[in-house]
Design a protein around this ligand. Sequence first.
Ligand SMILES: Cc1cc2nc3c(=O)[nH]c(=O)nc-3n(C[C@H](O)[C@H](O)[C@H](O)COP(=O)(O)O)c2cc1C
Length: 270
Amino acid sequence: MTELLRIIRERKSVRTFDGRPVSAEDREKIEQYIRTIENPFGVPVRFVLLDAGTHGLSSPVLSGESLYIAGIVSKVPHAEEAFGFSFEKLVLYAWSLGIGTTWIGGTMKREAFERAAGLAEGEMMPCVSPLGYPAKRRSLKETMMRKGVGADSRLPVEKIFFDGAWGTALPPEKQAEISDLAEMVRWAPSAVNRQPWRIIVSEHGYHFYEKRDKGYIGEKTGDLQKIDVGIALCHFVMGLEEQGKKPVVTVDNPRSEIPENAEYIATVNI
Ligand SMILES: Cc1cc2nc3c(=O)[nH]c(=O)nc-3n(C[C@H](O)[C@H](O)[C@H](O)COP(=O)(O)O)c2cc1C
């Protein structure tokens, strides 16, 4: 297993923390890493570290956390996909340091976080995350939440990767060629674990689509499922980079027959 695949497979949302504050050394590493984060949409994402105590911040699904990170993006085309991509880079980096996170788009007092983060006109703060060291045992509430959304399982590869046309499963030999990358995409986190990403593999590249469900678009968050697709895209692109490849991401709409509730997001060329 590659190092990136190991991090992706081992990462889980962490909602129960052990109460230790993030060390000055780890905080410094995170601050440095944030400055290097880019995404292929060229839409900058601003990160703000927020001390829970100073700002009176909390979330009903979390316990033992004392630090949060908020992500902020301008309301421009591709804002959500860019946000998903950049914020997930931070999530994976934090995990590599032994720091747990949870994407939080809903279960928080949003106004308090937006005020603390200094949200300006024309910007949105779709999600925040706690940063901290995981407790040895999950709270009962967390265990129940994970069960409720089936957090430990994902759709099979053939439901996600299509061969040339929407709905045509990728044959086993083509699945084998991209097996590590496919695992990285499968195990991406998503809102309520819906995994709304679909990828058509063609001779022109890997075309990423959003398969939209009802109820994931809000004025304050944008389209949460576009964020999800940005996360899956992040895993795919990072996987290719780990292989020494230089993937190019474009957003030119490829012509393809897709269902009404689907939307084209981006194409990756190697
Ligand atoms: C965009 C987004 C928003 C999310 N919002 C919340 C939230 O408000 N509260 C929460 O407890 N988890 C939230 N999650 C976490 C998901 O429930 C979690 O990633 C998913 O169930 C898979 O579990 P895992 O991260 O442990 O693999 C969110 C995830 C994403 C990607």
